[in-house]
Design a binder for this molecule. Structure first.
Ligand SMILES: [Zn+2]
Length: 394
């Protein structure tokens, strides 16, 4: 399976200049080709394909005005035309809107190199038009013997440089099956609560980072749009804090999802769309919606790699108010009540009980199908509607 490995790197001044120039050329070529395709269609109802735009690129390089395009490596420019082709394919298939122009300020700065435009030897990556290899921070090893087929260089809004290497990863494959299954609840006090009783907290520093972010955002908001340098500085600061918060969060979610997938055959979560319906301000979860979707997508792609199953259950049933041991439903369970004791004598932690009910609902759905098999998880997961929660046999 092909897998992208992303690392931070520190370019020399010359490399940074070369890359910034390449990003500019990539954007220019993308925008020129988009304009040409749009015009051809609007004026002459002609469809311009990738090959035609590639011929245009050759012609553009010969004009005085665009001669500078010839100074950049041609591969990232060709890749930009391919990306535009993909954007149009999605548009024609009604999967996406009409392709948009890339903006100098707002669009992601990136350039994609294929094998003819880089050299990867003895763990050193050298890009076309460069003499020195990139100084990459190898925060984790590439799979043994891996050789990248595509390399993407990018710079984020906080000014950090990253390189992503697409490699064949032979270590990714189904794990030995296990009987273990777990239910995951988006807890009120904790990030996640597992049906095993374990509670996973927010990453350290999360609260402090959020306070800092809010302060930086207020500071930015006070700067008038015309304030040039000061405003740009404030914007950069916000971007830097944002990036740090997102990095820490992603790191935490990566660790949790890897562990859940390694330890369990089946992982049951609640469906986000339904969760949104339940949102009423008071029910603010410890995990944000953005973090939850990231959690879910990480979980789903890892489950696919390792032959595990992710089941998303709709939460129409009152999972907090239902005793996971005897199935008795309580009338009321105000939000401040964190633990309660059922008539059957079981004392429940509110969130753990909810996670257990989610697990039971998921397993019931799974059993209704053609038996529990690995690889049933599809991209996007499996959604199951349960009106009635399953009851455990006494
Ligand atoms: Zn009970």
């Amino acid at each position: 399976m092909k897998r992208a490995f992303k690392y931070r790197f520190y370019p020399t001044d010359a490399q940074a200049a070369e890359l910034s120039r390449t990003f500019g050329c990539v954007r220019k070529v993308y925008n020129l080709a988009l304009a040409a395709r749009t015009e051809a269609w609007a004026l002459r109802q002609e469809r311009v394909n990738y090959n035609a735009t590639s011929a245009m690129l050759t012609a553009w390089k010969k004009t005085e005005e665009l001669a500078y395009l010839g100074e950049a490596s041609s591969v990232p420019l060709q890749q930009a035309l391919r990306h535009l082709q993909t954007a149009f394919t999605h548009f024609f298939a009604r999967r996406a809107g009409y392709p948009r122009f890339k903006s100098r300020k707002k669009s992601r700065k990136s350039a994609e190199y294929t094998t003819s435009a880089f050299r990867f030897r003895a763990g050193e990556l050298t890009l076309a038009k460069m003499t020195e290899p990139l100084e990459i921070v190898w925060s984790r090893p590439l799979p043994k013997g891996a050789s990248p087929s595509t390399v993407t260089v990018s710079q984020d809004s906080a000014g950090r440089w990253h390189v992503s290497l697409l490699c064949e990863d032979p270590t990714v494959g189904p794990l030995a099956p296990t009987d273990a299954a777990v239910g995951v609840d988006a807890g009120l006090d904790h990030l996640l609560t597992l049906s095993t009783g374990e509670k996973i907290s927010n990453p350290r520093h999360e609260r402090r980072d959020r306070t800092r972010l809010a302060r930086a955002q207020r500071h930015l908001a006070r700067k008038a749009p015309g304030e040039g340098a000061n405003r740009a500085k404030a914007r950069r600061k916000v971007a830097r804090i944002h990036a740090r918060v997102a990095d820490r969060r992603r790191d935490t979610l990566h660790k949790i999802t890897t562990r859940l997938v390694r330890e369990n055959q089946t992982i049951v979560i609640e469906d986000l769309t339904v969760r949104n319906l339940l949102k009423n301000g008071k029910l603010a979860r410890a995990i944000s919606d953005a973090a939850w979707s990231e959690f879910r997508s990480l979980l789903e792609y890892k489950a696919q790699w390792y032959g595990r199953e992710v089941i998303a259950v709709d939460r129409w049933f009152p999972s907090s108010k239902l005793c996971s041991v005897c199935g008795t439903l309580r009338d009321k369970l105000p939000l401040h009540v964190r633990t309660w004791t059922c008539d059957c004598g079981t004392t429940h932690d509110r969130d753990v009980n909810a996670a257990r009910n989610i697990l039971a609902a998921g397993l019931a759905v799974s059993a209704c199908g053609a038996g529990v098999r690995p690889q049933r998880s599809t991209p996007g997961g499996q959604s199951a509607t349960k009106q009635e929660p399953p009851r455990r046999e006494p």
